[in-house]
Design a protein around this ligand. Structure first.
Ligand code: IPE
Ligand code: IPE
Ligand code: MG
Length: 249
């Protein structure tokens, strides 16, 4: 750990331990621009982005934030050049293989959300292996959205529920928010309290459309590979200054 990071090893004193978000979601954007601005190919940015995510996961653990969800690949990202898509798929697979032991040691409960069956077979194998291995871990809940699209998630939930109605298991009147949530990829996971997007873009890009209904949104111009503990501290500070009213007074 660098000297700089040592200063942020523990939760900074001006953050209120009792008012931390229980679930943080991140749209990890800006890897390509980070690389480009340094005259490097985009894939270097993606590699650096993995390091930033690993550091954030560790930071959440050190500071007592129990759940982290990261957007790694959207259903729209298939539209990128084949080389980039293939690079990302291989990167995910390699990182999973390399990090599983560490995640077991750190007691991380890993989960993938998204349309997983459309991912390359070898990646799927690593995904299911790591989810199974970490299923009973009691530490931080770490969710990775891969081939994830909020609209697609809502449609597949609707289909599953329609099927239950057709089979006579439930009636249309039984469909409420609770039942619907239980058919989303994120079933059983609390909704994010704080959504962070890096690289300055003020949009959701199809991320967790249902779940972020009442999340506090924090956008930073920092490119994802540069998102470190100092940046996370700033996001949490901003979060703690918000007045979460949930529609009430
Ligand atoms: C985010 O960085 C990572 C993925 C979407 C996979 P980008 O690759 O979108 O980087 P920019 O936005 O082009 O800089
Ligand atoms: C959102 O970033 C998806 C991920 C971070 C995985 P994009 O770079 O794909 O989003 P847009 O294209 O700027 O909306
Ligand atoms: Mg982007």
């Amino acid at each position: 750990m660098t000297k700089f990071h040592a200063a942020f090893e523990k939760l900074p004193a001006d953050l209120d331990r009792n008012r931390l978000p229980k679930h943080v979601a991140v749209i990890m954007d800006g890897n390509g621009r980070w690389a480009k601005s340094r005259g490097m190919p985009r894939f270097i940015g993606h590699q650096k982005g993995v390091d930033a995510l690993k550091n954030l996961l560790r930071c959440c653990k050190d500071w007592g934030i129990p759940a982290l969800t990261a957007y790694a690949f959207s259903t729209e990202n298939w539209g990128r050049p084949t080389e980039e898509v293939e690079f990302l798929m291989t990167l995910f697979e390699r990182v999973l293989r390399l990090e599983l032991q560490e995640m077991m040691k750190e007691n991380v409960k890993l989960r993938f959300v998204g349309n997983l069956v459309s991912l390359p077979k070898s990646l799927q194998e690593e995904i299911y292996k790591s989810m199974e291995a970490t299923a009973n871990n009691q530490g931080i809940e770490f969710t990775v959205a891969t081939n994830y699209g909020g609209r697609e998630e809502i449609i597949q939930a609707t289909r599953a529920i329609a099927q239950l109605v057709r089979e006579g298991d439930i009636s249309p009147d039984d469909i409420d928010e609770n039942l619907f949530e239980n058919h989303l990829y994120t079933a059983g996971l609390s909704s994010p309290d704080l959504l962070i997007r890096s690289s300055g873009e003020m949009r959701l890009s199809n991320f967790l459309l249902w779940q972020i209904a009442y999340a506090e949104i924090y956008v930073t111009p920092v490119m994802w590979p540069d998102f470190d503990r100092l940046q996370f501290y700033k996001a949490l500070l901003a979060y703690q200054q918000r007045d979460r009213r949930f529609g009430k007074l």
